[in-house]
Design a binder for this molecule. Structure first.
Ligand code: NDP
Length: 254
């Protein structure tokens, strides 16, 4: 019997990550996910997901911005599952304060870049090293953002981190192609989650005014479905590509 496919999703406890976890479980994956919250807070959810799906589900408390946490995370997942077939770099933060570009602090820059770019980069590197050393592999999906190309001067550090994710996707696609590993970026637009809860009214107005071609908020499930489709291999002859999940927001119009 073929062994079940295994995937690690960072930041899978809530928001977009939680939807990714659920869609991957529905597609028959065994899923490990991480977050900053203690395991005791996620225990009931892990149990419910495992019971509902009949799959193996593991939660690891790990901060992707911290090297020792990343190392422990990967070792724990490999010990639990015996193999890792895919990585979804989803964990990310918005700036705590939306500060104008001229007021942006180094502390906020470091926090956002460490979580949104440095963490995903070195986690992908660690997983890729494991695959290159002979572990089964695999595919990587990085959750980027329309902020990679759409400039918001009141959260420049976030835009920079997501522009970095765009290049990171291309770099790993090139480096890992000889190993048969596909790498994708899923690029969400405006998605209803804790991250956007504080700007709900602003985006309600913008969406009503035509910001997106499809006149609604994106839902975490929209992103979860896209990730599950990519990891199912439905776009097997594509790598290094960006999949927009933004309701058509990025199309320029006159
Ligand atoms: P949420 O704020 O709702 O959730 C963030 C998730 O990331 C949580 O599970 C959180 O875990 C985890 N996380 C944050 N920092 C770390 C860290 N240092 N280490 C480990 N886990 C961490 O955000 P969304 O679900 O909206 O966003 C998910 C991804 O999608 C992010 O990369 C974001 O940039 C991107 N995105 C979101 C958009 C949106 O409109 N919402 C649009 C475009 C992209 P915990 O619960 O433990 O804190």
């Amino acid at each position: 019997m073929e062994r079940p496919k295994t995937v690690l999703v960072t930041g899978g406890g809530r928001g977009i990550g939680a939807a990714i976890v659920e869609h991957l479980l529905d597609r028959g994956w065994d899923v490990a996910f991480c977050g900053r919250k203690p395991g005791s807070e996620l225990a009931a959810r892990v149990e419910a997901l495992a019971r509902r799906s009949g799959r193996r589900v593991r939660y690891v408390e790990a901060d992707v911005a911290v090297r020792s946490d990343r190392e422990r995370l990967l070792a724990t997942v490999l010990a639990a599952f015996g193999a890792l077939d895919a990585l979804v770099n989803n964990a990310g933060v918005a700036p705590e304060v939306r500060a104008d570009l001229l007021d942006l602090t180094e502390a906020s820059y470091d926090r956002v870049m460490d979580t949104n770019l440095k963490g995903p980069f070195f986690l992908a590197q660690a997983v890729a090293r494991h695959w290159a050393a002979g572990g089964a592999g695999g595919a990587i999906v990085n959750i980027g953002s329309i902020s990679a190309t759409v400039a918001s001067v009141n959260r420049g550090e976030y835009c920079l981190s997501k522009a970095g994710i765009a290049m990171m996707t291309r770099l790993f696609a090139v480096r890992l192609a000889p190993l048969g590993i596909n790498v994708y970026e899923v690029r969400p637009g405006v998605i209803a989650s804790d991250m956007t809860a504080g700007v709900r009214e602003k985006y309600d107005r913008l969406i009503a005014g035509g910001l997106t071609l499809q006149p609604r908020w994106g839902e975490p499930e929209d992103v979860g479905r896209a990730v599950a489709m990519l990891l199912a291999g439905d776009l097997a002859y594509s790598t290094g590509q960006v999949i927009q999940v933004d309701g058509g927001l990025e199309i320029q119009r006159l």
